[in-house]
Design a protein around this ligand. Structure first.
Ligand SMILES: O=P(O)(O)OC[C@H]1O[C@](O)(COP(=O)(O)O)[C@@H](O)[C@@H]1O
Ligand SMILES: [Mg+2]
Ligand SMILES: [Mg+2]
Length: 342
């Protein structure tokens, strides 16, 4: 490559620069949230490296313990959990963390930290060792308790409407970080040779309607009638069935192309499988900022009042017209409660 060719190569907007620019939009911003987003990006780079090398090192495979959900932890679940907690603790902006991999509230010791983070360190655990896209999901809240104290349960059980930022990282054919602070959704692609995230997908919006549906059809017989009816409609309309089994990856595809992801209640998961605080709220904030919709079949996900750290809920998320159609069918068929599935 000649010097001229090299110098002609565009250098995009780095995540850092973008965060700084966005901070200027908020005259009273003090930089803590910006720093927190950088801390998350740093941990994402480290976890990305661990994932890429998993096949060459011994951090692939099962860890041999179960998490609070009763799921077998993968070694990478544990590695990602430690890496994000460490980065958030060292960054100093976060008072307390809720993680899928830990039962209780994780105190960071940063008493002056203004923020609370809820995180799914590795999403799509069933796809870890088979080279299929996986992710990380995070929600950020301002604490409600006094500075100088530890984060408490009230800080952690805030409705999704109270999020100040949310995002995910997808470790796929490329590694991307997608986030919102309530002013639109932007995506950044990781350039590992430079160790930087660059703005690659500014102002992401989701089509109002799509032709992709993402659901684990293996549980079809156990789905509520309204969902069964919706899936039959998708088949009749010849929509594309696409299900990776990693929420982040299925969500990301549908965000880009239009579509709907459904995780209803089933016999196996009578309250739904996905977790409100560190899976559903973050993606609901993003999809709404991109012009889409997220509900549990009846309620707006962001309006659901949390009552416990690892509570589960149903999730219907994606293009507005598609989510509304499922809601209509569910209501028409009488949204079943967990008892009617017994
Ligand atoms: O195997 P199922 O029942 O279809 O569930 C798959 C769903 O469960 C999840 O793996 C749950 O997330 P974790 O991997 O973080 O536990 C989602 O990513 C995915 O969409
Ligand atoms: Mg998950
Ligand atoms: Mg997980």
């Amino acid at each position: 490559m000649t010097i001229k060719e090299d110098l002609a190569l565009p250098v995009g907007t780095t995540l850092d620069r973008f965060i700084m620019r966005k901070q200027e939009d908020f005259p009273f911003a003090t930089g803590e949230l910006s720093q927190l987003l950088r801390d998350i990006a740093l941990a994402a780079k480290i976890v990305n490296r661990a994932i890429n090398h998993a096949g060459l090192t011994d951090i692939g495979g099962a860890y041999g313990k179960q998490n609070v959900q009763g799921e077998d932890q993968q070694k990478l679940d544990v590695v990602a959990n430690i890496r994000f907690i460490r980065a958030l603790r060292n960054g100093g902006e976060v008072a307390a963390i809720i993680s899928e991999e830990e039962e209780g509230i994780i105190q960071t010791g940063n008493m002056k930290g203004k923020y609370i983070v809820a995180i799914d360190p590795l999403d799509g655990s069933s796809n870890i060792d088979v080279n299929v896209s996986i992710g990380t999901i995070f929600s950020i809240y301002r604490r409600t308790s006094e500075l100088g104290t530890e984060g408490n349960l009230e800080d952690c059980l805030q409705k999704g409407t109270e999020q100040v930022a949310a995002g995910y990282i997808i470790y796929g054919s490329s590694t991307m970080l997608v986030y919102t602070t309530g002013n639109g959704v932007n995506g950044f692609t990781y350039e590992s040779s430079l160790g930087e995230f660059f703005l690659s997908h500014p102002n992401i919006t989701i089509p109002k309607k799509g032709e992709i549906y993402s659901v684990n059809e293996g549980s079809f017989n156990h789905f509520p009638e309204g969902v069964q009816q919706y899936i039959e409609l998708c088949r009749v309309r010849n929509y594309s069935a696409r299900y990776i089994g990693s929420l982040v990856a299925d969500f990301h595809r549908n965000l880009m192309k239009g579509g709907i992801y459904l995780y209803p209640i089933t016999q196996k998961s009578p309250l739904g499988k996905l977790r409100l605080l560190y899976e559903c709220n973050a993606l609901a904030f993003i999809v709404e900022q991109a012009g889409g919709k997220a509900s549990d079949g009846q309620r707006r996900i962001l309006e659901i009042e949390p009552y416990e750290l690892h509570q589960r809920c149903q999730l219907y998320i994606g293009s507005t017209d598609m989510v509304e159609e499922v809601e209509t069918l569910l209501v028409a068929r009488g949204v079943p409660s967990r008892h009617s599935l017994a």
